[in-house]
Design a binder for this molecule. Structure first.
Ligand code: GLU
Length: 425
């Protein structure tokens, strides 16, 4: 009995282990594509993983030592690329999984990159501007030997923004003794940032929602949408959907959710939210994130954190389309249940690839020193996202597999081929 219980909880833990579930799907994708096991052995783990300790002088005069990571999954295709998150729940395993997802995203939207990811264990909501600057600069000093415009290019992620990118770029430029805008993307426009980068993830998600709605015969105008998370992706997305005539009936932040079946006043919420996407604290009546996910709606967009749709709540999800704007919001079992129930699930590695796509445009503009208009960026992003969505949709249909496995197959192929041509496997 005790052993049985232990076994059950270990599978439960495995379900929540994002690195484990990523590896399972990568393995399935490689098997379906006919690659030998060596390719999986190469791709199941980042080629490089640096763990650093960063001392920062805090405002009260004390010194606090933070732990950070940078994972570089695979550089067979080109330099590695991916964000840096500042969050108390960052772990080495999570950063590794996130770096694999970045490789898959780059493969899906066909960028000349491999995947990378960084993270620092900290809570930026409790740190001053000055402390955050010290931490950002300290992190760059600690990882400077393995990053750079032709090696590994960081970007924003959870709780990091253009100001943090600016500090990091400045620190790297000092170390490099050159102005190096191409070291990092997601910068402010005046420092070589790209038009359209800030809203790029949300724009990419909106394009996927549009395409998915067409496949399901749902009219976006008037469709009832739930958006979990009101950070960079969630807030811009709510605005785009609201402007397109959809009814955003519920949104949430880390503390709770608000719901109005007639549609929320998105402009008011955007105006009142803080820079970490917190807004529900202004309301007396809130519901839990958990209850929100199960509300009646047409489209559900998890745009917050990992492991939100699981074996436990997937049977109760009412949406006809789930589009993952966050990284890893649905577990493997959750994916199976939603797919078996006929719900169209657009996976994270596809839906959230708009961010890295415009980051690529930013890097190209930095390298060539010539900048594009927002309209040009938009047009290029649209073309890439629509093409990638349809390739994955078609793969899923013809192979009779779920969209996640189809996306992994499309995403993994380029790096597997590149590694083969290089003679690595
Ligand atoms: N952090 C974002 C992601 O997870 C963007 C990465 C980038 O722009 O390089 O896709």
């Amino acid at each position: 009995m005790v052993a049985e219980k232990a076994a059950a909880s270990s599978t439960e833990n495995e379900q929540m282990d994002v690195l484990h579930s990523t590896r399972v799907v990568v393995k399935n994708a490689l098997d379906k594509l006919g690659y030998p096991d060596e390719v999986y052995q190469l791709l199941k783990e980042p080629i490089r993983m640096l763990s650093v300790r960063i001392p920062v002088r805090m405002d009260d005069g004390s010194i606090k030592i933070f732990t950070g990571y940078r994972a570089q999954h695979n550089d067979a295709v080109g330099p590695t690329k991916g964000g840096v998150r500042f969050h108390p729940d960052v772990t080495e395993k999570e950063v590794k999984a996130l770096s694999i997802w970045m490789s898959l995203k780059a493969g899906i939207v066909d960028l000349p990159y491999g995947g990378g990811k960084g993270g620092i264990i900290c809570d930026p909501r409790e740190m001053s501007f000055r402390e955050l600057e010290g931490l950002s600069r300290g992190y760059v000093r600690a990882i400077s030997q393995i990053v750079g415009p032709t090696k590994d290019i960081p970007a924003p992620d959870v709780f990091t923004n253009s100001q943090i990118m600016a500090w990091m770029m400045d620190e790297y430029s000092r170390i490099d003794e050159y102005n190096s805008p191409g070291f990092i993307t997601g910068k402010p426009i005046v420092l070589g940032g790209s038009h359209g980068r800030e809203s790029a993830t949300a724009k990419g998600v909106t394009i996927c929602i549009n395409e998915a709605a067409k496949k399901k015969g749902i009219e976006l105008k008037g469709a009832r949408v739930i958006v979990q998370g009101f950070g960079n992706a969630g807030s811009f997305l709510s605005k785009f959907l609201h402007d397109a005539g959809a009814k955003v009936i519920a949104i949430s932040d880390a503390y709770g959710a608000i719901h109005d079946p007639n549609g929320l006043d998105i402009d008011y919420l955007l105006d009142r939210r803080d820079s970490f996407g917190t807004v529900t604290n202004l309301f007396d009546t809130t519901i839990s994130n958990k209850d929100m996910l199960e509300l009646d709606c047409d489209i559900l967009v998890p745009a917050a954190v990992e492991n939100q749709i699981t074996a436990e709540n997937a049977p109760n999800i009412k949406a006809k389309i789930v589009v993952e704007a966050a990284n890893g919001p649905t577990t493997m079992e959750g994916t199976k249940i939603l797919t078996d129930r006929g719900i169209l699930l657009v996976p994270d590695v596809m839906a959230s690839a708009g961010g890295v796509t415009v980051s690529y445009f930013e890097w190209v503009q930095n390298n060539q020193g010539y900048y594009w208009s927002e309209a040009e960026i938009d047009e290029k992003l649209h073309e890439i996202m629509i093409k990638s969505f349809n390739t994955i949709y078609k793969t899923a249909q013809t192979r009779r597999i779920d969209m996640r496995l189809a996306a992994y197959m499309v995403g993994v192929r380029k790096m597997a081929e590149a590694a083969r041509f290089r003679g690595w496997v």
